[in-house]
Design a protein around this ligand. Structure first.
Ligand code: G1P
Ligand code: ZN
Length: 546
C-alpha cells in the first residue's frame, strides 16, 4: 500500500476554528484546494489512536457530500485507519452516526452536515468530528485541532479510485476495509428497543391522522423504515422522503416558518392529529398536534414529565438538562417530580458528560433539539417517537389536552426566540456590550412590573470533568417569572447573528391559552430598551421569530 500513499504539501487556512457544532462554511470555502484535507489531517494529527482503528463516516446527503466522503476515505486509508463504516450512498443522519459509533465501538467518526442551513453550490457545508462514545469533540480537542490547523504543512492521501457507495457491502482501499451499510436497520432496531412499538402501531392503525415531513433531507429513509415498515403507517404519511442534494431548494429547518405547509395543515386546518418534521441532518424536530404547536421547551418538559411512559424509563429518570437559553419549563417539572435539573451552555456537546455519567437521561435545547441517553446527539425521530409513545400511552387524550394538563400542573412558560441575522460583527458586539455594561446595576430594578433578581454572563463548570466555558450568553432574570437572554450564534457562515430569547411564566388557568406574542410583547419591549437593539442595529424587527 505504501507506494500509493502521497504526502501533499500544504499551507494553513486561518479560519478552521469550529463553532457551536463543527466547522461550518460555504461550500465554496470547502471546495478550495487543501481546505477539507487540512482540517481532516489536523484531526488525525491531534487526536490519538487512529492507527488500526474503526471510524464511522457519512453525511446528510447535501451537495459536496460525496466528494468530501471520498477525500476522507482516501486520507483515512493513508493515515492507518483499519476500517471505515459508511452509510449507503454516503448518507447517515447525525443521530444514526452517533449510534453506529457506539454500537460498533468505533474510535470516532466524521459527520458531514451543515444541519438545516441551505444546501447546493451556493449553500453551506460542514464537518464535525465525533469521538469514541458518539459525542462531539470537546472544546479542548477542537482547540487543539485548530492549533494544529494553524501549523499544518502536509497531509497524507491514498491515490486510489473512488469507492462505490451505492450498494451495501465491503470494499477495500489500500489496507483499509470500507463497510457500506444500511444504517436505517441499526437505527430502527435501537428505536424499537426503547419505545412501545406495539402501542404505537395500534395508535397508528386507529383513525389517528399522522404525518412526518422529512423536508427532502436525511430522515426520509429512516422515517420510512420506522413509521411505514415497522409501525404500519401509510406510505403517504412520510412526506418529502427522498433526500436531495439541495433539499429540493428548501430550508430544512423544522419550525413554523420553514415547515409552514405542515403547520397550516395541523394547526389551522386541524387535518392532522399529530405531525412532525425534522431538519437537514435529522437531529432537530418540530412537534404539532391538531390545532397546536408545541414549543421545544414545552416538548422537552412534557417528555421529561411523562418519562415513565417510555419503557426504558419506567422506573423514572435520574435527571434532565436543558441549554441555558431553553425555557425553564423543564426545571418546574424537575422541582415537582424530584429529579435533578442541569443548565448547560448552548450546544449538544455540553450534555455528553452528564449523559455518560448517568446523571441525566433526557435533555434538550430551545432550537428544536431533544434527545436522550441512547446516543450522544440530539435526535429528531427519537422525539417524534417519544411523543407517539406518549399519545399511545394516554390514548383518548389529544395532544392539545395533554399540553393543557401539563400547563395546569406546572404553569406555562411562554417562549420566543428572536434572531437578528446578517449583522456585522461590530453591530452584534455593540449590542452585547451595551447589555453587558449594565448587568451589575440591573438587580433590584423593576421593569414592566417585574423585578430583576439577577443579571449575569453565563459561565459553566462541567460537574464531571471540571472544564469550564465562559461567555455563554447574557441573562436578565426576573425570579421564576421571566427571563431575557441574549447571545451570539456560533453556527453562522456569514456575518453575525444575535439571538434574543424571551420567557415568561403564567400559572393562572385563564392565562394558559393566550397568544404567545401578546404575552411576550411587554417583555420584548423591555429587552429592546435594555439591549438597544434598534439603535445599534438599525433593524426595527427580528429576521426570524421562532
Ligand atoms: C444553534 C442552536 C443550538 C444548537 C446548534 C446546533 O447554535 O442555537 O441550540 O445546538 O445550533 O444545532 P447557535 O447558532 O445558536 O450557536
Ligand atoms: Zn441539525
Amino acid at each position: 500500500m505504501s507506494a500509493a500513499v502521497r504526502t501533499i504539501t500544504t499551507t494553513p487556512f486561518d479560519d478552521q476554528r469550529v463553532g457551536t457544532a463543527g466547522l461550518r462554511k460555504k461550500v465554496r470555502v470547502f471546495q478550495q484546494t487543501h481546505y477539507l484535507e487540512n482540517f481532516v489531517q489536523a484531526v488525525f494529527d491531534t487526536h490519538p489512536g487512529f492507527e488500526g482503528s474503526t471510524l464511522v463516516v457519512g453525511g446528510d446527503g447535501r451537495y459536496h457530500n460525496d466528494t468530501a466522503i471520498q477525500t476522507i476515505l482516501a486520507m483515512a486509508a493513508a493515515n492507518g485507519v483499519a476500517k471505515i463504516i459508511v452509510g449507503k450512498g454516503g448518507i447517515l443522519s447525525t443521530p444514526a452516526a452517533s449510534h453506529l459509533i457506539r454500537k460498533y465501538d468505533a474510535h470516532g467518526g466524521f459527520i458531514l452536515s451543515a444541519s438545516h442551513n441551505p444546501a447546493g453550490p451556493d449553500g453551506d457545508f460542514g464537518i464535525k468530528f465525533s469521538i469514541h462514545g458518539g459525542g462531539q469533540a470537546s472544546s479542548a480537542l477542537t482547540d487543539a485541532i485548530y492549533a494544529r490547523s494553524q501549523e499544518i504543512d502536509r497531509y497524507r492521501l491514498l491515490d486510489a479510485a473512488p469507492v462505490p457507495l451505492d450498494d451495501v457491502g465491503a470494499a477495500t482501499l489500500g489496507d483499509m476495509t470500507v463497510d457500506v451499510i444500511d444504517s436505517t436497520e441499526d437505527y430502527a432496531d435501537l428505536m424499537e428497543s426503547l419505545f412501545d412499538f406495539d402501542a404505537i402501531r395500534a395508535l397508528l392503525a386507529s383513525d389517528f391522522r399522522f404525518a412526518f415531513d422529512a423536508m427532502h433531507a436525511v430522515t426520509g429513509p429512516y422515517a420510512t423504515r420506522l413509521f411505514v415498515e415497522r409501525l404500519g403507517a401509510s406510505p403517504d404519511s412520510v412526506r418529502n422522503a427522498e433526500p436531495l442534494p439541495d433539499f429540493g431548494g428548501g430550508h430544512p429547518d423544522p419550525n413554523l416558518v420553514y415547515a409552514a405547509d405542515l403547520a397550516d395543515e395541523a394547526i389551522n386546518q386541524q387535518a392532522l392529529d399529530f405531525a412532525a418534521a425534522s431538519d437537514g441532518d435529522g437531529d432537530r424536530n418540530m412537534i404539532l398536534g391538531r390545532g397546536v404547536f408545541v414549543s421545544p421547551g414545552d416538548s422537552l418538559a412534557v417528555i421529561a414529565a411523562n418519562a415513565s411512559t417510555i419503557p426504558v424509563y419506567a422506573d423514572g429518570i435520574p435527571g434532565a438538562a436543558r441549554s441555558m437559553p431553553t425555557s425553564r419549563a423543564l426545571d418546574a417539572v424537575a422541582a415537582q417530580q424530584g429529579f435533578d435539573a442541569y443548565e448547560t451552555p448552548t450546544g449538544w456537546k455540553f450534555f455528553c458528560n452528564l449523559l455518560d455519567a448517568g446523571r441525566i437521561a433526557i435533555c434538550g435545547e430551545e432550537s428544536f433539539g431533544t434527545g436522550s441517553d441512547h446516543v450522544r446527539e440530539k435526535d429528531g425521530l427519537w422525539a417524534v417517537l417519544a411523543w407517539l409513545n406518549l399519545l399511545a400511552a394516554r390514548r383518548g387524550e389529544s395532544l392539545a389536552e395533554i399540553l393543557l394538563a401539563h400547563w395546569k400542573t406546572y404553569g406555562r412558560h411562554y417562549y420566543e426566540r428572536h434572531d437578528y441575522e446578517d449583522l456585522s460583527a461590530e453591530q452584534a458586539d455593540a449590542v452585547m456590550q451595551s447589555l453587558r455594561a449594565q448587568l451589575a446595576e440591573l438587580p433590584g430594578r423593576t421593569l414592566n412590573d417585574l423585578t430583576i433578581t439577577a443579571a449575569d454572563e453565563f459561565g459553566y463548570t462541567d460537574p464531571i470533568d471540571g472544564s469550564s466555558a465562559d461567555g455563554q450568553g447574557l441573562r436578565v432574570i426576573f425570579g421564576d417569572a421571566a427571563r431575557i437572554v441574549l447571545r451570539k450564534s456560533g453556527t453562522g457562515t456569514s456575518g453575525a447573528t444575535l439571538r434574543l430569547y424571551l420567557e415568561e411564566l403564567r400559572s393562572d388557568e385563564w392565562e394558559l391559552r393566550l397568544p404567545t406574542h401578546e404575552v411576550l410583547g411587554p417583555l420584548s419591549a423591555v429587552a429592546d430598551s435594555l439591549c438597544q437593539l434598534r439603535e445599534q442595529t438599525g433593524r426595527d424587527k427580528p429576521s426570524l421569530v421562532t
